[in-house]
Design a protein around this ligand. Sequence first.
Ligand SMILES: *Cc1c(COP(=O)(O)O)cnc(C)c1O
Length: 436
Amino acid sequence: MNEQITAAQINDKGHLMIGGCDAVELAHQYGTPLVVYDVTQIRNQIRAFKRVFEENKVDYEVSYASKAFAAIAIYQLVQAEGGHADVVSAGEMYTALQAGFPMENISFHGNNKSREELLMAVKNHVGMIMVDNFYEITLLSEVLEELDETANVMMRITPGISAHTNKYIQTGQVDSKFGFDLQSGQADEALAKILANPRMHMKGLHAHIGSQIFELAGFEGVAKKLVEVAAHWQAKFAYQAEIINVGGGFGIRYVKDDHPLAPEQFVDAIIKAIKKEIAKTSLKMPAIWIEPGRSIVGPAGYNLYTVGSRKDVPGLKPYVTVDGGMGDNIRPALYQAQYETVLANDPQAPAVEHVRIAGKYCESGDILSEDQALPATKPGDVLAMLDTGAYGYSMASNYNRNPRPAVVFTENGQSQLVVKRESLADLTRLDQPYRQ
Ligand SMILES: *Cc1c(COP(=O)(O)O)cnc(C)c1O
């Protein structure tokens, strides 16, 4: 029995439903591997984050960290829910532009924004540039001068707080490639430069301490640290921060040992921590911004695969191979990420064996799941891997020249294709012949 699948998600045929659509039918209609999102779940998650700010009458923005899943349709969905979006490249910015997303609601992040990217951001009046380093301050002032423009900026600092999480996805510790260091005085030096530039409108400060965080302590710590910095800046520079942005990283449940907190609990703790610290200062209560990525799209996503070959060796755990793998979800190979998988045509069928779910890519490390209890499966069965909505499709590749999968949105029993499956012709679209 899988605890994540509720009775309401099973139809009268006993099949898994996603957004009211039969997962087996989706697999047949759109083909596999297929990425499916339950739109209602995404909407509810954004609303859950927003609700607590509204109940507390705190100025806020929920900015979807779009690197978790970037496509025209998701920017449009986030816009429909009144969210902002973070982008980290010209490509994400371009996708948001194509989606008609209001550029004033975009924040541009990155530790090595190029001149071209900054030009694009300023020309399109991106709402916030999250300044990360001294090189960027110089580049941005040149770009603003060249275009005779101004820009809103926030400063990313390294708060010296490490989230209790995998080292590949933690970013807040002192020795990090992201943001200005506090201890050495670099953040103060950067602020002086920004304040001295009339083209930069300094709006506040930002920190992001990592990802897949299950504890409140990290967020409370970062909230406290950011208010302390803001108070120090008020004393030293007479500068009043308007926004405190505590980043994203809210953990989700992938497997049963994960015990995530609800969005409400995270937001509530952040608001309380900031209010408490602000009360110790003469600062005005700032707006609070958060940047959830994974927690907005992760739990809403499902990867559907079709079972193919199987390898049984006496004494070893069997390999059940599917028609996708590290090309559509590299997280298991990259950082031993774990997921739960169910048989789409009978998600609650009792397990009869533990198997490895292997991908079809030519790497021994291309194992989607090292240990999954499953009922008996046969070629042609559809497997649904759960909670794959974040950093799966967005990290997809064409390794082995496999086309990237299609993406489908489901909502209230309706499905719609939002990203087409790549064709074989797409794979050679950019190739040029060798001229001897
Ligand atoms: C990746 C990232 C996020 C989102 O992290 P999640 O773990 O997906 O919530 C938020 N802010 C910044 C600056 C990021 O780089």
